[in-house]
Design a protein around this ligand. Sequence first.
Ligand SMILES: Cc1cn([C@H]2C[C@H](O)[C@@H](COP(=O)(O)OP(=O)(O)OP(=O)(O)O)O2)c(=O)[nH]c1=O
Length: 200
Amino acid sequence: MVQRPLFVLASASPRRRELLARLGLVPDRIDAADLDETPLKAEEPLALAARLAVAKAQAIAAQARNAGAFVLAADTVVACGRRVLPKAETIDEARACLDLLSGRRHKVITGLALVRPDGLARGRTVVSSVTFKRLTRAEIAWYLESGEWHGKAGGYAIQGRAEALVRFLSGSHSNVVGLPLFETYQLLAGNGLDVTLPAP
Ligand SMILES: Cc1cn([C@H]2C[C@H](O)[C@@H](COP(=O)(O)OP(=O)(O)OP(=O)(O)O)O2)c(=O)[nH]c1=O
C-alpha cells in the first residue's frame, strides 16, 4: 500500500493542530520552534509573516530526527496599516490592541512554509481583512474578561467571543485562526503530500 511520507507540524499552536485535523491530517510529530518574532527594522507585515514561517519550518527540519520529512509551519500577524500588533500577553496589551482595532479595518496575514523531504522550502502568504464594530467600553471589558485574547496576535481570537464584534470579514476565516485550510491543502498537494494517502 502506498503511504504518505512523514509529516511534522512545526507549531505549538493547538489551533493549527485542530485545523489540520479537519483535513484528516494528524502530524506524525509536533515540534515547536522557539524563535525571536521581533520584526526587523522597516520590515513589512507580509514579509515578517513569510520570514517567520520559513524560519520555524527550517529550524524544525534541521533536526536530525526530521530528516526526509515534510515540515509545515505558519506564522500569523495582525497588522493595522504598517503597524504590527503584538501577541497579547497581558490584559493591558490586549486592551491597547482592541482600542486600536475598534471601528477599523485591519489585515490578518498568515505566512505558510513547507520544507519538503528534498530540503527545498516552499511558502506563501494569505491575507484576510477584518473589520471590528466600534467597540464600547462595556464591550471591551466583556471581551477582556473572557481571557481569550491571551497569546493571540492582535489581542483577539475570532473563533470565540470576538466574532460577535466582527462586522465584516473578507477572505479565509481559517487564515485568521492561524492556518488557511484551502491554501494549506494546495501547498501540501502541490509539493507531493497527498492528504488522501494513509499515514506511515
Ligand atoms: C487573530 C487571531 C490569532 N490567533 C492566534 C493564532 C496563533 O496561534 C497566534 C499567532 O501567533 P503565531 O506566532 O502565529 O503562533 P503561535 O506562537 O501560537 O504558535 P507557533 O509559532 O508555535 O506555530 O494567534 C487566533 O487563534 N485567532 C485569531 O483570531
